[in-house]
Design a protein around this ligand. Structure first.
Ligand code: APR
Length: 246
């Protein structure tokens, strides 16, 4: 199979663009071997759905199980390497004066690929928070029964990610919204467009005149509003796109 073709109208838009934004979702890490959220879970976690594990209620019900699921995910991410999609996005940062990367991913693979200034809408899996106080913790007190405990109040420690039913940081969301609406071109990569408010960003961008491009092998609710759809995996599509840049 050849490399995906980049339509000429997209090439022209990118040539003229001063600012480019990327909104990424878990699909960009699929080629690194990190399962997407809505993919079937594997191994010992196969019988649970993320919606049953990634909520404050699930943590309250069974903190040990939720903590151990995140420890498993942390290990999976540590063993994964950034792929050509992450690398192409990191390289794009140097090509445009105004470049912003907004991600729903918590895996840190964009940063490991060399992207700087990443807006993490849903937090980062390697951060730890006190479940009671919500403060970030650098030190944890190990306990016989996981999860570890907060050194200040003894409360259980949770990962620093945004769970279903929780609010995003207002500051990060505002900045992400501005990045998407100010951009001349927005690349929406590997997201199902189902989880709000992040899923609303492409529509806000489109309404403010941004040229919206979707990169996803599957159709999503974003496909209909996109000006160009690249029906491909992130790795090959973004590599072609990078090569098409002036
Ligand atoms: N390249 C590009 N896209 C891909 C690839 C690939 N190689 N493989 C899969 N995809 C696409 C799928 O077609 C799907 O549309 O990635 C998308 C993954 O969708 P989700 O699993 O729903 O992930 P995401 O959109 O990031 O989920 C949003 O939901 O659970 C919460 O907080 C979690 O950040 C997550 C949010």
């Amino acid at each position: 199979m050849g490399m995906p073709e980049i339509p000429s109208n997209l090439q022209e838009r990118l040539r003229a663009a001063k600012s480019v934004a990327v909104l990424s979702g878990s699909g960009i890490s699929a080629e690194s071997g990190v399962p997407t959220f809505r993919d079937a879970q594997t191994g010992m976690w196969a019988r649970y759905s993320p919606e049953d594990l990634a909520t404050p209620q699930a943590f309250q019900r069974n903190p040990r199980m939720v903590w151990e699921w995140y420890q498993w995910r942390r290990q999976l991410v540590l063993e994964a390497q950034p792929n050509s999609g992450h690398l192409a996005i990191a390289a794009m940062e140097g090509r445009f004066a105004g470049f912003r990367l907004v991600t729903q991913n918590v895996d840190g693979l964009h940063q490991r690929a060399g992207s700087s200034r990443v807006l993490e809408l849903h937090g980062n899996i390697f951060r730890n928070l006190c479940f009671r106080e919500g403060i970030e913790l650098d030190e944890l007190v190990e306990s016989i029964e996981p999860p570890p405990r907060c050194p200040h109040c003894g409360g259980p420690v949770r990962p620093g990610v945004v769970w279903f039913g929780e609010s995003l940081s207002g500051k990060v969301f505002e900045e992400s919204l501005r990045a998407c609406t100010d951009a001349d071109v927005l690349l929406v990569v590997g997201t199902s467009g189902l989880v709000h408010p992040a899923a609303g960003l492409p529509a806000h961008a489109k309404a403010s005149g941004t040229f919206v491009v979707e990169v996803n092998p599957e159709s999503t609710p974003i496909s209909g509003l996109a000006d160009v759809v690249l029906r491909d995996k992130a790795g090959p599509a973004l590599t072609s796109l990078l090569e098409a840049l002036p």
